[in-house]
Structure formats: C-alpha cells, structure tokens
Design a protein around this ligand. Sequence first.
Ligand code: HEM
Ligand SMILES: *[C@@H]1O[C@H](CO)[C@@H](O)[C@H](O)[C@H]1NC(C)=O
Ligand SMILES: *[C@@H]1O[C@H](CO)[C@@H](O)[C@H](O)[C@H]1NC(C)=O
Ligand SMILES: *[C@@H]1O[C@H](CO)[C@@H](O)[C@H](O)[C@H]1NC(C)=O
Ligand SMILES: *[C@@H]1O[C@H](CO)[C@@H](O)[C@H](O)[C@H]1NC(C)=O
Ligand SMILES: *[C@@H]1O[C@H](CO)[C@@H](O)[C@H](O)[C@H]1NC(C)=O
Ligand SMILES: *[C@@H]1O[C@H](CO)[C@@H](O)[C@H](O)[C@H]1NC(C)=O
Length: 576
Amino acid sequence: MSESFSVKQSRAWVAQRHQLYLLSNTASSLLVVASIVTAVYAGWYPGVDAPGLRRDTSPPSSINFQYAVNTGLNLQEQTSELPAPDVSFTTDNGAPYPHPYQYQRIGSNGPLLLQDYHLTELFGAFDRERIPERVVHARGAGAHGYFEVTNADFCKNYTMMDVFSENGLRTPITIRFSTVGGESGSADEARDPRGFAMKFRTRKGILDLVMNNTPVFFIRDPAKFPHFIHTQKRNPATHLKDKDMFWDYLGSNPESLYQVMRLFSDLGTPYGFRHMNGWTGHTYRWVKQDGSWVYVKLFAESMQGIQNFTNADATAIQGSNPDFATQDLYDSIQNGTYPGWTMYAQVLTPDQAQTFKYNVLDLTKDWGFDDVPPTEIGNFYLTQNPVNYFAEIEQAASHPHTWLFSYSDTQRYRLGVNHMQIPVNAPITPVANFERDGRMNINGNQGSRPNYLSTLSQIELPPRPYVDETHQQWTGGAVAALSAVNEVDFDWPRRFWQSLSEQDQQNLISNVVGHLGQAPTVSVRERMASLFAHVYPTLGQAIASGVGVQTTNLTFPDGPTWFNITINTNSSTLFY
Ligand code: HEM
Ligand SMILES: *[C@@H]1O[C@H](CO)[C@@H](O)[C@H](O)[C@H]1NC(C)=O
Ligand SMILES: *[C@@H]1O[C@H](CO)[C@@H](O)[C@H](O)[C@H]1NC(C)=O
Ligand SMILES: *[C@@H]1O[C@H](CO)[C@@H](O)[C@H](O)[C@H]1NC(C)=O
Ligand SMILES: *[C@@H]1O[C@H](CO)[C@@H](O)[C@H](O)[C@H]1NC(C)=O
Ligand SMILES: *[C@@H]1O[C@H](CO)[C@@H](O)[C@H](O)[C@H]1NC(C)=O
Ligand SMILES: *[C@@H]1O[C@H](CO)[C@@H](O)[C@H](O)[C@H]1NC(C)=O
C-alpha cells in the first residue's frame, strides 16, 4: 500500500500517525489501522487531494462553491420512507458497507474485534435506543388527522384564535391517547384514566391541548401531583402496585372522589381509545381583540359512541392482548374506518363565573351540561397512522400552556432542549426568538439573525391586540384552601352515583370491592368506605360489607389535609 502513496498522501499519513503516536504507543498498531479507515472514509485515499495539501500553495482567485447545509437533513427525511429494496446498506455516515453481519474477527471462530468501527457503531447506537418514558402517560398510541371548524361565528364571538376563525378551515393534528399510571409496555386496557393529547399545527404556531377521558381530575392543587402519582405507581420497596398506598392517598385527599368513582365505574375501562370522550378538565380563557374574555372548557364527543369493558372483560383482554387499544386504533385507521369526534365549547362569562355554584377553576368539579350547555365548534378525524411510531408518537411533546412548568420541563429532560425541532413537534410557521444552540440543534439554529434584541437588525414585534393591564382580574374566596374538603365536594360524586343505572352501580361497587378489598390495612379500607357512605349510604354500606369494615359517620368541612397541622381540624371527624 505504502509503495503507491504519493507525497501528498504520505504527508497525510504521517500527520495522522504522528497524532496517534502521541496518544499511545501500545495501542498504536490498532489505531493506525483505524486511522487508515478514517482517512478512507474522509475521502483521503490515493489519488484524491486531501484538504490543505494542494501542491499549488497560492490561493485561488475565485472559487464558486456553496453548499446548502440542510441538504443532508432534507435527503435523509425524503429517503427514510423508501422501501428496503430501493436502498442499499450503509454505515451511519452513509458509506456503503458489504454486509450487516460482517465484522472483523480473528479466524472463523474467533472473537469480534472492538477496533471494528462497524461493530462499535452498531452497539453504540443499540445501547442508546431507549429514551426516558413519560413520567406519567407512558403507555400510549396515536395517529394524525385534521380538525375542521364548523361554528366559526360562535368561536369568533369569544376568541381571536385563528384556528377556530373560519368555517371549513382544516388544521393538521396529531393525537396521542394514553393510560396514566402504567409503564410504556403495560397493558393498555388497565383501569386508569385515558389521556387524549391533541397537537394542532395552526397558522399561528402549535396549539397543544391535553384532555383526559373525564371532565375532572383527582387533584385541584397541582402541588399534590407527584404525591398522587407515586401512590398510583409502584411501592418503593416491593416494586409492586400497592393497594394500601393507592387508597391511602385517595382516602386522605377526598376531593378526588368524583374522579375515583368514574374510574371505578366501567368508564374506567373504555373499549379501546375510539369509544371515549375527551374533556379539557382545566378551565381556559378565551380572549378577544378588545381584551374581553370568557372562561371556556372544551369537550370532544366520540362519533363511535361510548363503549366500555366490564372489569372481567378488561382483565381478560389485558392478559390475552395487552395492546388491544393500540391495535384497535391502528387497525381501524388502516382499514379506513377513521375515528372521529365532535368538539364542543362551554362558555362562562366572568360575571357568570362569580356566581356559579362551584369555583370554576376547581379541577375536581365538572360544570355540567345542564348548567353550562355545550356548543358545537368543530369536528376532527384521525386518518393517518404513523409511519414510524417512535418518530411521530413517542417523540411527540405536549406543551399545554396552562401547566406552566411541568410539561416543557419534562420534554427538556426526555427529549432534550431542542425537542421542538423534531419533525412531529415542529411548528409550521417560522420560529424567531433568542433561544439558541443546545444539543441536537438541527434546523439551522436561526442562522445569522441576531441572538439578542438588536437595534441594528430589528425583529418585528407583533403588538398585543388588547391592553394587558385590564386583562387580569383576580378573585378569591371560593375555597379557603385548595385542598380543604367541604360538603360541596360531595355534590358531583352524588350526582354521578344517581345518574348510574342499577347495573352500573353494581359494577362500580364490585370494581371497588375487588380492588380496595386487597388493601391490607383496615383503617385505609374503613376510611374509604366511610367516604363512600358519605356520598351515599347504600353505596358505602355495600362497599363496607364487601371489604369487611364498618363505616363511621363523617362531618365536613375538613382541614386542608388530613394531617393534624392545619386549620379547621377540630371540626373534622376524620384523622389521618
Ligand atoms: C394538574 C397537574 C398536572 C400535572 C403536574 C401534569 C403533568 C404531566 C406530565 C409531566 C406529563 C408528561 C409529559 C410528557 O412526558 O410528554 C403529563 C402528560 C399528560 N397529561 Fe398531565 N399533568 C397534570 C394534569 C393533567 C390534566 C388535568 C390532564 C387532562 C385534562 C392531563 C393530561 C395529560 C395528557 C393527555 C398527557 C400525555 C401527553 C402525551 O400524550 O404526550 N394532565 N402530564
Ligand atoms: C355572543 O356572546 C354573547 C355574550 O356572551 C352572547 O349573548 C351571544 O349569544 C353570543 N352569540 C353567539 C352567536 O354565540
Ligand atoms: C359505560 O360505563 C358507564 C358508567 O358505568 C355507563 O353509564 C355506560 O352505560 C357504559 N356504557 C357501555 C356501553 O357499557
Ligand atoms: C376496521 O377495524 C376496526 C378495528 O379493528 C374494526 O372494529 C372494524 O370492524 C374494521 N372495519 C372494517 C370495514 O374492516
Ligand atoms: C350516623 O348517621 C346516621 C344517618 O345520619 C345516623 O342514623 C346514625 O345514628 C349516625 N351514627 C352515629 C354513630 O353517629
Ligand atoms: C390532633 O391535634 C389535637 C390537638 O393538638 C390532638 O388532641 C389530637 O390527638 C391530634 N390528632 C391526631 C390524629 O394526631
Ligand atoms: C374549633 O372549634 C371551636 C369550637 O368547638 C371553635 O370555636 C373554633 O373556631 C374552631 N377552630 C377552628 C380553627 O376552626
């Protein structure tokens, strides 16, 4: 080989060798081989000019060469969907390679050699395939489709949002459905709320709407979220789901009761993801150009109708097909039975909110369709399965603006600071701001635009259409402390219980008994049964006898927590 080297090539060779010898003498012979390989990949093989080593040292008078740096990115995106027969095998850098199983070995039976770049690249990538799963909602499935506005007149009356401003306007969406507590490989027919995360790619940037298949939630005080989630996941010692801590939390934070009752009705085991409704739960504010605003909740009604599994059927399906819901969604889209939902809005003016019977911001209270009638605003369909699940669904990152910190923080952890550049998350409008750099910055990084608020090259600042100072109007007093539990907290549990048919009531009782009955600690079962008895005596009695405890009479209001450190504990009969 060396005999055929020209002067130029041997200079490159010497330069590389020199560096390598500095690194190590003993490893040098292996590294020299590596350096040849590197040199060959870099294009410095005999007969090709290596950069900087031209014999003619005077600078060329004019070179007309420009390279569009995104060429590679664009090409990889375009070719990633080509069928296998249309592409040929390469290493990660795109260089052709003879065979996926071909590695340097010693002899036909000998060990693999770690010096083989092809081998280390394969394992280096394989070892890093997993990213952290979502801390909640880890198990999910999703698809793409569109949202179409049907009632722009109504929407424009309350909001200046462009996405709802024209009848017939179609906005591309991605939806990811999920269970909440299970790991990413857990059975997707578990008893659990279902997530319903929608990503709208609007003409004014990305709108993320996270919904659940329930109008309310277990908590109204976000600070409890990590405590709550820990109890629904695994015991730190046994690494098992733990019925004691599951019910201990719920019994000692009874603002969760309505959500608990929905969860333990057959609604807690919906038939796949297509046969359930979605609610934003949280109250949003819709604002108009003139600064006037209303409170709004959105609701998505399944065109497929509601269907649930009974507990027995859900248990069986978890065993026989732990991917039932994922498969049901995929298959239905694949065979052209596109699932659809109708979207409704419930609106309350600030004045109506002041006198509304519940705190309109309380996430444990529904507004109810009788009290605040829903108005249709549009519908949406899922028409397109992901071509690549990881790229298009696992990497989808929700940024619902209402939860200021947790979502975007977890995306920065799970996917990295530049997760908005991942294709499924990328806005379809230009992004222009002063956030720069960070790992895996792949979209040009806003080029040469100033990375500070420059007066030399000024960025346009879109005016806010309304006057900000009058926008805020804080009122308080609806609840003394977020978690103080009062009689009013039993309204919705009672309404829900009374709305159920006798069969549905029986199923709720047996679903609770089957689960709560396995909590080993008597006081945990007692307190929970007493809470159910406070909702409705027959409900509580049935559960108490099912789990082998007596109920006690409870009185409310109670303090902000069951721990004996708070206001009003002397009016409570229920101690932690
Ligand atoms: C109130 C306190 C809450 C906190 C702190 C919280 C926090 C989180 C976090 C950290 C994630 C993981 C995000 C990810 O890794 O991609 C998540 C996911 C999710 N949350 Fe919440 N959440 C809360 C309440 C809610 C409520 C009320 C809803 C629905 C009405 C909801 C719906 C969802 C959905 C659908 C997902 C899955 C998103 C996806 O599919 O990518 N969350 N939440
Ligand atoms: C517009 O909003 C006002 C105030 O809430 C309401 O009275 C009126 O009925 C609304 N009009 C439509 C078309 O929704
Ligand atoms: C689903 O469960 C809810 C709550 O138990 C019940 O009201 C409804 O009738 C059920 N629907 C079906 C189709 O099973
Ligand atoms: C399409 O798939 C869904 C889900 O598996 C199934 O329920 C439905 O019957 C199928 N429809 C057709 C026309 O094959
Ligand atoms: C509990 O409440 C019920 C119904 O209000 C009442 O009949 C009963 O006497 C009470 N029991 C105790 C121990 O206070
Ligand atoms: C709560 O505090 C009161 C007064 O300090 C005390 O008498 C009572 O025993 C405490 N209860 C519990 C459950 O610790
Ligand atoms: C505790 O109860 C007494 C009377 O029983 C009452 O006067 C007092 O205000 C209560 N304290 C609190 C913090 O509610």
